[in-house]
Design a protein around this ligand. Structure first.
Ligand code: PLP
Length: 440
């Protein structure tokens, strides 16, 4: 593409496009955006042909890399038969078979699948299922939620209410759902030895006192992504499961980021040998080919919606169960199986963790952590999500050929699970050099 063409695209973009999670004044005045033309595997390419290793799997979605040939083929094949049809009074092979396959790979007891579009809508479904579950049993007073400090469950208004990142929530205070936030087991400011226990006691105390008005607890299992890649002990999850059983509180697990092997197992729940009442999945679900998601629920929940038209779940998004998305999502599961994606990611995860562990020795770094194919460092600054330190490292990485978008002063990598070893080695070199260029 010529320089003039590139510039005219950027001018159009800056004139018309309102970007997500972007301070637009600074973007318009100062940012020279990447103009991406194509992508392949773990890399995308700008209009001048320069390649960038995608260190965040394009917002945690392309876990099988970009344009996996089998996913492209599945989409192409499906598009020759059926692209869209309402899932009301109608079903089709991709939606029906995918539902069965999802229940087979999901934690035990999740036997019913409600389709939606993305992570936020999968959480909206979970919120409404939980509220109506209690309503249908004449227990409408159970309408409050409990979530973790630093939680992120999406940006629709229901999901925003569950969120515990102050800067995302503040403008909507007073409008959003009633949700109590409790200390996160991944908060490193808590007792260093047993942060999960300190946090669990706070959760237990709250639930013991207030279970009668609580609809559900929601957690991101083992790894709170947007909070800055906070990792916590699986014992928190298994103990939370027992507590919710004891007090009859529903437990929602949001595997939108952690699912599909990000933490080293298909579901983060698997590491705690537990199953929630409701599980949200998206992102890796359709491998970056198509926005699609699902919320899985137990038979106990499903049954509470039967028997009377007034008990039915009057909810649904237009693209619910879309055949293209469902065909791709089925192929995603097949690729995980055939290519042993999770097994082959294990040695890659070790390399990634090593890189961040080494960086934690540098003066300007506070701490590191790693779980599965996600690893992070916190810079020794107090900027949090609005900090600029991570962005200086982002610029350095971009110049060297990697897209390393930070969470403020947390620098992290969560590349595709099947990133080729040579790309991973190059990414590790780039991360190391970029961090050292800024803080050494
Ligand atoms: C745990 C979790 N839940 C929900 C969401 C929202 O997903 P989406 O952006 O697809 O709406 C995200 C997005 O990052 C997430 O990390």
């Amino acid at each position: 593409m010529t320089t003039a063409n590139r510039e005219s695209l950027v001018a159009l973009d800056k004139r018309y496009v309102w970007h997500p999670y972007t301070e637009m004044q600074r973007y318009i005045d100062e940012v020279e955006p990447l103009v991406v033309a194509r992508a392949e595997g773990a890399r995308f390419f700008d209009v001048n042909g320069k390649s960038y290793i995608d260190a965040n799997s394009s917002w945690w979605v392309s876990l099988l890399g970009h344009r996996h040939p089998r996913l492209v083929q599945a989409m192409r094949q499906q598009s020759e038969q059926l692209c869209h049809v309402a899932l009301a009074g109608i079903t089709h092979e991709p939606a029906a078979r995918l539902a069965e396959e999802l229940c087979r790979v999901a934690p035990a007891g999740l036997d019913h699948v409600f389709y939606s579009d993305d992570g936020s809508t999968s959480v909206e479904v979970a919120i409404k299922l939980a509220l109506q579950f209690w309503h249908n049993q004449g227990r409408s007073e159970r309408k409050r939620f409990v979530a973790l400090d630093g939680a992120f469950h999406g940006d629709t208004i229901g999901a925003t209410g569950l969120g515990g990142v102050e800067v995302f929530r503040r403008p909507f205070a007073g409008v959003v759902l009633e949700c109590v936030h409790v200390p996160s087991p991944g908060d490193t400011e808590l007792d260093e030895d047993e942060p999960y226990r300190v946090a669990f006691e706070a959760m237990a105390q709250l639930l013991r006192e207030q279970a009668a008005t609580i609809a559900a607890v929601i957690v991101e299992p083992l790894l709170q992504g947007a909070a800055g890649m906070r990792i916590y002990d699986p014992r928190y999850l298994s103990e939370l499961r027992s507590l919710c059983d004891e007090l009859d509180v529903l437990l929602i697990v949001d595997e939108v980021f952690t699912g599909y092997g990000r933490t080293g197992t298909m579901w983060a729940c698997d590491q705690a040998s537990m199953a929630p009442d409701i599980l949200c999945m998206a992102k890796g679900f359709s491998g970056g080919m198509f926005p699609m998601a699902a919320t899985l629920a137990t038979t106990r929940i499903f049954d509470a919606f039967l028997g009377d038209p007034k008990r039915a779940f009057y909810y649904g998004h237009t693209y619910c169960g879309n055949p293209l998305g469902a065909a791709v999502a089925r192929e995603v599961l097949a690729v995980y199986r055939d290519e042993e994606i999770i097994e082959h990611a294990q040695p890659k995860a070790v390399k990634l963790a090593d890189c961040f562990r080494k960086l934690s020795k540098l003066g300007g770094v506070k701490r590191w952590r790693g779980l599965g194919m996600a690893a992070a460092i916190d810079l020794d600054t107090d900027g949090g999500y609005l900090g600029r330190g991570g962005w200086r490292i982002y610029d350095e990485a971009l110049a060297r050929g990697a897209y390393l978008r930070p969470l403020g002063d947390t620098v992290y990598a969560a590349p595709p699970l099947n990133i080729p070893d040579s790309d991973l080695d190059e990414l590790i070199q780039i991360i190391d050099a970029s961090v050292r260029a800024v803080i050494d």
